[in-house]
Design a protein around this ligand. Structure first.
Ligand code: LRH
Ligand code: MN
Length: 423
């Protein structure tokens, strides 16, 4: 379903007066609004192809309606989100869930929808129909060479799919690990995995990157072979300059200091980017900023400090992706909320008075340091984020537009009560 530009203009017209009041109020308090707005206009977060349908848990999945049934439908839904917030101009595909049947048609559709193809994701955590060897006891770590070879071959094929689409990165998340003490020789599992990753790495095009995504637990519940940032960094350093560590916010043990991990990975120039989501307990894959918005702000605070310290391009030098699952929300509303939360945290981090913070840190003025950070975190930047959307031709209030225009009902009328497979 395509959003008509005229309808967005009408929406903005109706919201302009109130928006102007809010924007003029915050603009009056800041001295770098224009630079801030330009950074927001340039910033984009990729949408995962697997998060456009309703998700579920092992207990139940309460499916929604009007959900995408094909890759084309999924791209249309990402295009719809991007038309409303002009900050979601990329889709991240998962192979084999999203193997294009016609590459040229898919690339033409992406161009029509103003979308790029972000990192492609391999999948050796499920057994596909007709698959020769099972991944029940792992893939690249597996004790059986034939299983490892099958997983290596799959990742090489995923890179080929990505090259054909114009993607520039492969994300490898391995569910490999063990469920019981004694089940696995950790050293051999690491070495098998490294050997497999080295064979995959050797086939990477010169301008590609490989993102090593770590996760503390699930589906294995005793050990995970890429279980934390240290292990992922070990692999990335042993692989070479095109290998980086990907931070999925939900993949940490409780109370992990993720912003410190981010600062150090950037110090090592080994930060790939993110799978943004939020969680209270495990890998809950909840809406970004819905549980720990202050943590999200602190992560962006380290990102802005680290990127500026290295003269990095905020919009393009790291991988910005969402990885969420929608058990009780409309998937598109959930994704609109997630992108909004990311833009708000990024804008607040850009407001931090770096000179004053640096001075407070040098003087160990702990109170002043907290005041400087929380002053930015407590600044309501929503009108500035909306202004960036307005200037980029998108909607002042995407969620309000989505509901007022009854977009979900229009999708149901168009697709019928189709139910898509979400995670
Ligand atoms: C694993 C993960 C990984 C994806 C999968 C869909 O928990 O975060 O990034 O492959 O979710
Ligand atoms: Mn992830």
């Amino acid at each position: 379903m395509r959003i008509n530009k005229g309808t967005i203009d009408q929406h903005n017209e109706a919201n302009l007066k109130v928006h102007r009041q809010k924007f003029d109020f915050i603009n009056g308090q800041l001295d770098n609004t224009e630079a801030l707005i330009q950074k927001l206009v340039d910033f984009n977060v990729a949408i995962p192809s697997w998060a456009l349908g309703t998700g579920g848990t092992r207990f139940a999945r309460f499916s929604g309606a009007g959900e995408p049934a094909t890759l084309q439908d999924k791209m249309e839904d990402v295009g719809l989100i991007h038309a409303l917030n002009s900050a979601s101009g990329a889709i991240s595909l998962h192979i084999p869930w999203d193997i294009p049947s016609d590459y040229n048609a898919i690339k033409q559709l992406a161009a029509d929808l103003n979308l790029k193809f972000d990192a492609v994701n391999s999948n050796t955590f499920q057994d596909q129909k007709g698959q020769k060897h099972s991944y029940k006891f792992g893939s690249l770590q597996h004790t059986n060479k034939a299983v490892r070879q099958q997983a290596i071959q799959h990742n090489i094929e995923v890179i080929e799919h990505g090259v054909a689409l114009g993607s520039k990165a492969l994300t490898v998340w391995l569910s490999d690990g063990s469920c019981f003490p004694g089940q696995l020789n950790f050293r051999k599992a690491f070495q098998n995995t490294l050997d497999g990753l080295q064979q995959i790495y050797a086939t990477l095009p010169s301008d590609w990157k490989v993102y090593i995504e770590y996760k503390a637990f699930e589906p294995n519940f005793y050990s995970t072979t890429v279980g934390d940032w240290g292990q992922s960094l070990l692999y990335a350093n042993k692989l070479g300059p095109k290998a980086f560590t990907l931070v999925d916010l939900g993949h940490h043990l409780p109370n992990a200091n993720i912003e410190q991990i981010v600062a150090l990975l950037m110090m090592e120039e080994k930060l790939a980017g993110f799978h943004f989501n939020d969680s209270k307990y495990g890998d809950d894959d909840l809406t970004v900023g819905s549980i720990k918005p202050y943590q999200l702000f602190l992560i962006f605070n380290e990102l802005v400090e680290g990127m500026d310290a290295r003269g990095m391009n905020h919009a393009t030098d790291l991988g910005w992706m969402i990885d969420a699952s929608h058990n009780v929300k409309d998937p598109l509303e959930d994704l609109l909320q997630s992108v909004e939360a990311i833009m708000i945290s990024y804008a607040q981090a850009l407001l931090v008075d770096r000179v004053a913070l640096n001075e407070a840190q040098l003087n160990n003025d702990v109170v002043a340091a907290q005041e400087i950070l929380q002053n930015a975190f407590r600044t309501d930047v929503r009108a500035i984020v909306a202004e960036a959307r307005l200037r980029a031709g998108a909607a002042i209030n995407p969620l309000q537009f989505y509901r007022t225009e009854q977009v979900r009902n229009q999708l149901i009328n168009q697709r019928g009560n189709t139910i898509a497979s979400g995670l």
